[in-house]
Design a protein around this ligand. Structure first.
Ligand code: 6GU
Length: 231
């Protein structure tokens, strides 16, 4: 799978993908990630990527022309209908649909090439969303100053679901959200730490009882922290 990130801050990504599973997936040749400077697709002397909003208002808006040229050169086309079937062009913006595990899994399964446009919070000319973009995605209901941190989140959540990226093929099956519940609490040594004890059942070796405790502890944690998941 190829990830191409279009950004006004390519340096932001200099080392962020050099760790853990994402690094391993790159070293293994399962994924390639490249950040591209949007300014490389400007044609004016000052490499201007933004302009004032029509109709007035605060802030600047990313111009359509450099973004169309960037997508044209990275995806081979600049209209949604003309991309290869396994190509997705994703605009990251607070106006998108909210990223969840199902969307990450769908991308890991069906995409071979993901072009990511990191928007800025003031906005991106809407012709990008209406013509170029296959998916407009947000990472949650809060405002970031730019799409760059969201691009890191998106790449990580998809990359780790690509077959072979995780150490064990099954470990993605047994985690938060894949069953609609949060993960159960985990403990390691020592069995007593600062007067706090590991739940007795986990020390018994009784696998049926441990599985039961874990299901109940996961449900309790979900009730407390994410009651919305139980509806
Ligand atoms: Cl994708 N971009 C920005 N600027 N803010 C966000 C976001 C994206 N997702 C949540 N907040």
């Amino acid at each position: 799978m190829r990830f191409d990130i279009i950004t006004i801050f390519p340096g932001f990504f200099a080392t962020v993908f050099d760790y853990g599973i994402v690094r391993r997936a790159q070293v293994a040749g399962l994924i390639g990630i490249k950040a591209h400077d949007l300014r490389d697709w400007t044609t004016d002397k000052h490499h201007i990527v933004d302009d004032r909003p029509f109709g007035g208002g605060d802030g600047m808006v990313l111009k359509p022309d450099p973004i169309f040229a960037a997508v044209e050169s990275l995806a081979g086309a600049s209209a949604r209908a003309d991309y290869q079937a396994a190509t997705r062009v994703i605009l990251l913006s607070p106006q998108g649909r909210v990223l969840n595990q199902a969307l990450a899994a769908d991308l890991a399964k069906s995409a071979k090439h993901i072009v990511i446009i990191a928007g800025r919070y003031e906005g991106v000319d809407e012709r990008v969303a209406s013509c170029l973009v296959t998916d407009e995605v947000s990472i949650g209901d809060y405002v970031l100053s730019g799409g760059e941190p969201a691009a890191v989140v998106l790449v990580d959540s998809v990359a780790r679901l690509i077959p072979g990226a995780l150490g064990s093929e099954t470990s993605a099956l047994n985690e938060s959200f894949s069953e609609g519940l949060l993960d159960c609490p985990q403990y390691t040594r020592p069995p007593e730490f600062r007067g706090m004890n590991v739940p007795e059942v986990l020390l018994t070796g009784n696998h049926a009882e441990i599985a039961r405790w874990r299901r109940e502890a996961a449900a309790e944690k979900t009730r407390r922290n994410r009651p919305d998941l139980l509806k």
